[in-house]
Design a protein around this ligand. Structure first.
Ligand SMILES: Cc1ncc(COP(=O)(O)O)c(C=O)c1O
Ligand SMILES: N[C@@H](CCCC[NH3+])C(=O)O
Length: 464
């Protein structure tokens, strides 16, 4: 995802390096099904509809900016993951990607489990009725209070991430008279980003206990030593984000299974579970080619089966934690165009009524998005645009370089697809922006599942 040709991006009229920047689309009115959710279409007037509701109606009724979530698409993706992994594996949706009570209910109904990584996420999960035993708790610095609450709640398992946490949790479970199920998060020395992975390069980060450095083995000893209050169920690894192939998972699985074999040899215990985490990629632009859940599930199951057979271990139960791959493609962000500022010889700056407060990923990760005019079609030719927000930052960019029709005008509605993951969940109140609502659309009806913030919401926290 590097942009080496021009640090500032392409200029209008540039010959763009092939495969590096998004090329001008042949049809600006077309909506690539790779990046738009499955019910998105244009009606006879050319207005984009989702779940049978047109975006002009959504904007009129609920205002902009708004995250628009395609409920049928979300459910279908969740179900596809569940079915792909089958009865011998568990799918834990990673709530950090996006969580709300409605989403928890959909997940529950579709038979998925939930990974939470904070007391806030746990509260939403419980408020929406997710059975505690189907919740896993993550985090690299869980407080005593958080652990006490999680154990009391009866969460299915806790993924421990440090020696301190093992000692704290053992004491807490002991006091509560329960035997808490735990997985140990290990650092497998694999850093995976899209097509590449760099073995051993990922030791230097805050998550997990190092396999190569021996910390993982020591954590195993410590958890087993607390056998009365802690039940060691398995090993957890998570290798990165927006990954398109399974090569990194293959290395991770081999190393995790290697640890399982050592645990059997040293402690005489065969652990029944391994969790390979999340990180599977989605299409943000037409150039991305994610793999289907069935293909990923088959590949991961085969990797684990092969590695276990080689180590003469019975294959443990596998779990995965996809977040982005389920929720990312299910939503787009709907904006109204406020200003259109052509910069001669460069590009046209299109200002929308949101920005880095509703999508920080472009500024934070140099993430790539695409954009479309959705309130009408246009026969005008493509013009190179940068979609920017209304914040006091020159880095307040939503879509760095894309093409929109040259007749784009204030009042038009544009939408950025694939914003279901890590956009609302990472939204901020910078410049006292009000976080946009999340709308769920299905079968011709739209409803608010997370309401728009109000100035009263902001002022309520401000104790003058
Ligand atoms: C432990 C863990 N599990 C699951 C996920 C979900 O990742 P993604 O949304 O990329 O699938 C993350 C986030 O990267 C994570 O840290
Ligand atoms: N938040 C990141 C990924 C990190 C997820 C949590 N470990 C993103 O938007 O891509």
């Amino acid at each position: 995802m590097s942009r080496s040709a021009h640090p500032a991006g392409p200029r209008h009229g540039d010959v763009l390096p092939e495969g590096h920047y998004q090329a001008p689309p042949t049809d600006l009115n077309a909506l690539d099904p790779k990046v738009w959710s499955s019910t998105v279409a244009r009606d006879a007037e050319g207005v984009v509809t989702v779940g049978g509701v047109d975006v002009k109606r959504l904007a009129a009724e609920f205002g902009t900016p708004a995250y628009v979530m395609d409920e049928a698409d979300f459910r279908a993706r969740a179900r596809a993951w569940r079915e792909a992994f089958g009865a011998d594996a568990d799918v834990f949706y990673a709530g950090k990607a996006f969580l709300s009570k409605a989403v928890v209910r959909w997940l529950h109904e579709e038979g998925l489990n939930l990974d939470v990584c904070s007391p806030g996420e746990l509260a939403v999960a419980l408020a929406a009725g997710m059975p505690p035993e189907r919740i896993a708790l993550h985090g690299n610095n869980k407080s005593v209070d958080e652990l006490e609450h999680a154990v009391k709640t009866g969460v299915g398992h806790i993924v421990v991430d440090s020696y301190e946490e093992i000692e704290r949790l053992a004491a807490i479970a002991g006091r509560q008279g329960v035997r808490q199920r735990v997985l140990i998060r290990v650092t497998v020395g694999v850093e995976a980003h899209t097509h590449e992975f760099i073995a051993t390069a990922h030791e230097d980060q805050k998550f997990g206990l190092s396999l190569t450095g021996g910390a993982a083995a020591e954590a195993v000893r410590r958890v087993l030593a607390h056998g009365e209050s802690l039940e060691l169920r398995g090993i957890h690894s998570h290798i990165g984000s927006q990954i398109f192939d399974t090569a990194g998972f293959e290395v991770a699985a081999r190393r995790v299974v290697g640890l399982l074999a050592r645990i059997r040899d040293e402690h005489g215990v065969e652990l029944p579970e391994i969790d390979l985490g999340g990180g599977l990629g989605i299409a943000y632009t037409s150039e991305d080619d994610p793999r289907e859940p069935a293909e990923i599930a088959a590949a991961l199951a085969e990797i684990v089966r092969r590695e276990c057979a080689a180590a003469h271990l019975a294959a443990p139960r596998l779990s995965v934690e996809p977040g982005r791959a389920i929720v990312g493609p299910t939503a787009f962000t709907l904006y109204e165009v406020g200003t259109v500022k052509p910069l001669e010889g460069l590009r046209t700056y299109v200002s929308v009524d949101g920005g880095m407060s509703d999508n920080i990923r472009t500024a934070l990760y140099d993430a790539e998005y695409t954009v479309a005019l959705v309130s009408r079609t246009s026969d005008a030719g493509p013009t190179l645009v940068r979609v920017v927000g209304k914040h006091c930052e020159s880095g307040d960019i939503v879509v760095r370089d894309a093409f929109l029709p040259a007749d784009l005008a204030p009042g038009d509605l544009i939408a950025v697809p694939a914003t279901g993951a890590y956009c609302r969940s990472m939204a901020s109140n910078y410049n006292h922006a009000l976080k946009p609502p999340v709308l769920a659309v299905r079968d011709g009806a739209a409803r608010v599942i997370v309401r728009r913030e109000t100035e009263e919401d902001l002022l309520r926290l401000d104790i003058g």
